[in-house]
Design a protein around this ligand. Structure first.
Ligand code: NAP
Length: 410
């Protein structure tokens, strides 16, 4: 049956932990989702070999432990518990290890620099511990109720780094950012501990402002590696962190193709999906299957608003997917839904093809407006919306290969 281990927390929806621990070799990783009043019984029974602890119990669980590792004691929170042969419980904090690994991977040089940590919960303590050990010049914790709060952020316009250790950016605050990065002209780096969505509003804003940034996924994977070493008593090669990180990122992220009608999104998407055994969705085709009408019919008979509303509903459903390839209609970039909504969990690729090469047979809108006018309306949106541009100027296989190379490195 293997070692019984798992994750304890109040709400485990959206957790990546089981996938990650299985990649590190765990065979019996369980989810223990429970309200606080069940904790007494859970720790009385101790029916596990080791557990990870997440929000909001990282401090709460300390009272059930027989020993606490020095680092966890210094941090004041525990996120990994091991039961020894006598049934005694010892608490550790692997967020310290995970955050340090991720910070170093981001190549954020913090010596003598000023850092703002947003939030004062369990994770913020691990972050503060690491940054102080790295001799950060000044570490300021921003709290909704503290002396340094969100109303007087202008005091800290000179911050070099910002670390988000609040839940702002994850469900139900997915469309929110904890701070406006434009207030901090000196920023050298932004670290968001959130890993689901893969890219939060804060991270997308940092990307748009060309500020180096790091999401919480690498930290999550690194801390899980350390926890698995504690569970098993063995050691795991550090290189495994990178391979698990890349695999999780690949498995959780959709590939969304945008571009002009007839630019090759569907063909390229289909070939790509087939090559890697992924699910493929073509929104124009799905609209036809759902309504019995082609997008062109709907646009001509019911107008653009009706068509875009249908398309938007469909895209929202498809965004629930993981590791799928989605070819969108050419006008998707004009929908007022906030492009970030798509980018939170997807890599968006703009398939660019010369106007005179576009295959326009039976394409929506092309008859009424003329393709050049449509292109001029949308070209900036395609560029701004996408993470990257792939030219479809040779063969389909060539375009697929370019996307494959791209996804290996992002
Ligand atoms: P926590 O103990 O609940 O603390 C979160 C802190 O954020 C609170 O203490 C609070 O500080 C602030 N906060 C809460 N709700 C807020 C809101 N609506 N607006 C602004 N601030 C709010 O949680 P945690 O364990 O420290 O985790 C914090 C975040 O880090 C979570 O998103 C978690 O998923 C993430 N995390 C990621 C990893 C990883 O491996 N990537 C590891 C641990 C945690 P104030 O009351 O002082 O404002």
């Amino acid at each position: 049956m293997g070692i019984i281990c798992g994750l304890l927390g109040a709400n485990l929806a959206g957790s990546f932990s089981r996938d990650i621990h299985e990649m590190f070799g765990a065979t019996n990783y369980r989810y223990y989702e429970m309200p606080e009043e069940k904790l007494d019984e859970f720790f009385k029974n101790r029916e596990f070999h080791g557990i990870n602890v997440t929000m909001p119990y990282k401090t709460e669980v300390m009272k059930y432990l027989d020993y606490i590792d020095d680092e966890a004691k210094a941090v004041g929170s525990v996120n990994t518990i091991i039961k020894d042969e006598e049934g005694k419980l010892k608490g550790y904090n692997t967020d310290v290890y995970g955050f340090e690994k991720a910070w170093d991977r981001a190549e954020f040089f913090v010596h003598g620099k000023k850092v703002l940590i947003l939030g004062t919960g369990g994770a913020s303590k691990a972050v503060e511990y690491v940054l102080k050990n790295k001799n950060a010049g000044k570490v300021v914790k921003i709290s909704r109720t503290g002396e340094d709060n969100y109303e007087n952020l202008d005091k800290h316009y000179d911050a070099d780094f910002i670390v988000n250790a609040t839940p702002v950016g994850m469900e139900p605050f997915e469309d929110e950012t904890p701070v406006d990065l434009k207030l901090f002209p000196n920023l050298r780096g932004v670290f968001d501990l959130i890993y689901n969505p893969l890219r939060t509003e804060l991270i997308l804003n940092a990307e748009e402002l060309n500020i180096p940034c790091m999401t919480g996924l690498y930290m999550l994977v690194a801390q899980a590696k350390r926890a698995d070493e504690l569970f098993s008593g063995g050691t795991i090669d550090d290189r495994k962190i990178d391979s698990v990180y890349n695999a999780v990122k690949r498995n959780k992220r959709n590939l969304v193709l945008v571009g002009m009608p007839g630019s090759g999104k569907s063909t390229i998407g289909q070939v790509f999906a087939k090559e890697f055994g992924l699910r493929f969705y073509d929104t124009d085709q799905m609209i036809y299957e759902l309504t019995g009408k082609t997008p062109e019919d709907i646009l001509n008979a019911d107008g653009e608003e009706v068509f875009r509303t249908l398309e938007l509903e469909l895209i929202k459903q498809l965004l629930e997917e993981e590791n799928a390839v989605i070819a969108t209609g050419g006008g998707v970039v004009t929908i007022d839904m906030g492009h970030h909504t798509i980018k939170h969990g997807s890599c968006v690729v703009y398939i660019k093809r010369a106007l005179d090469e576009l295959d326009l047979k039976g394409r929506p809108l092309s008859k009424k407006k003329g393709i050049e006018a449509i292109y001029n309306e949308r070209k900036d949106l395609y560029e701004r919306f996408s993470d990257t541009v792939i030219a479809n100027d040779s063969t389909i296989d060539d375009a697929v290969e370019r996307i494959t190379d791209l996804l290996k490195i992002t």
